[in-house]
Design a protein around this ligand. Sequence first.
Ligand SMILES: CC(C)(COP(=O)(O)OP(=O)(O)OC[C@H]1O[C@@H](n2cnc3c(N)ncnc32)[C@H](O)[C@@H]1OP(=O)(O)O)[C@@H](O)C(=O)NCCC(=O)NCCS
Length: 431
Amino acid sequence: MTVDARDLPLDDTSTTALAERGLVYRRMANDGAEFDVFLPAVARGFLDEEPTAEQIAESRAALVNRRLTAVTDPHAADPGAPVATIDAWASEVTVDPERVLPMWAISGVTVAPTHRRRGIAAAMLGGELRTAAAAGFPLAGLTVTEATIYGRWGFSPAVFTADWRIDTRRAAWTGPTPTGRLEFVAREQVPERIAALHERVRRAQPGAVPAYPGQWRRVAGLRPGTENALRIRAVVYRDGEVDRGVLVYALADGGDDYTAHELRIHALVADGPDAHAALWRFAIEHDLVATVTASLRPVDDPVRWMISDQRAARVSVTDHGWLRVLDVPAVLAARTYARPLSVVFAVEDPLGLATGVWRLEAGAAGAAHVAAAVGEPDVRADVGALSSALLGGVRWSALAAAGRVRADAAVLAALDAAFAAAVTPTLDIWY
Ligand SMILES: CC(C)(COP(=O)(O)OP(=O)(O)OC[C@H]1O[C@@H](n2cnc3c(N)ncnc32)[C@H](O)[C@@H]1OP(=O)(O)O)[C@@H](O)C(=O)NCCC(=O)NCCS
């Protein structure tokens, strides 16, 4: 699927809804004067400082592929400045190792505090979802700053990740000692080297999403105005001539105690278990460090089994990757199933985009056939529940216990067994 999100028209329903409130729904250019007012509006929405001209130039390059949409207020002192923003682009999400689905990625959702609670976010989100569905995207996705906002539009957490805090004075390394080489690389080299690696790794990792342009410059502290940029360092793990892993980190001092620095992992991308173990070992055994922190790690990161005292690690799990199914048969047929399954789903969607009844038949080889069905369904789910269960990171029985899914116990057991993920979904970036 090769769709450029920037080429698609604005949604009529949202244009009308906003016009009725005296507001203008419009596309904004990725450069020039429109971008110069778009980016500060996003920064304000996210409570950031006003961006400098240098930062705007950097973001212009990072957001070059995005479809930028704004709401403006013709009665405002500056009628060209956005009172609300949203951006979107054609991305992908891995659903099974080496199987990816097109995904409409959404970011930069802001509504000015002067214009809140007038239905602007509702119009913008509805507009994105209708546009994506009309263009044939089977899924939309986002990462959220606040978990209370997006459920009403059918988004739901599908990928959970863990934040780690390891007391390295208690946690001696007990994991493998791989034989490849570790080498420091200059920060300027990080984006290119990590990008190539991440592209390989994310295709094998359910839940993963490609990095956007500029992502690794951010991680490496190369964006203008990055705080403590000069503290950021990077090592690569090499196996022969090939990069197998990259660790980007920064050391923060531990106050009066020079032996108690904190090593903050900004990114740890590993292609295979050797690189994973070598990079974690580098962090945990680093001299003059008492604490290692990392975020966006898989919930079953095997590093737990590589330290002498598991209680030396505090691990907190959070929802991270949110999905929103737009095309039920396309998403159900895209993945493979761990067990044969024959089940009729009824999906309810307040926006009507995914509403319907479908039969899923999965054979012993794991492939599924999905077709519209009639008759009494075995499972009733809201679109958010389906979105959460899709990758196998959330069990149908848990959603049923919470009242989000209705099915009898035998059907739930069959669903849990068939949807179980061979690789736990994870997502290592914000987007
Ligand atoms: C969150 C935000 C986008 C909401 O915009 P808004 O235009 O005020 O929202 P709407 O008026 O369209 O509200 C739609 C519905 O969502 C609800 N809602 C809005 N913000 C909410 C929040 N933060 N938490 C829970 N519900 C929220 C509204 O009450 C309304 O509910 P209703 O349909 O039952 O009446 C806006 O407050 C904002 O810009 N926040 C700062 C930036 C941010 O957090 N962006 C999200 C990035 S992931």
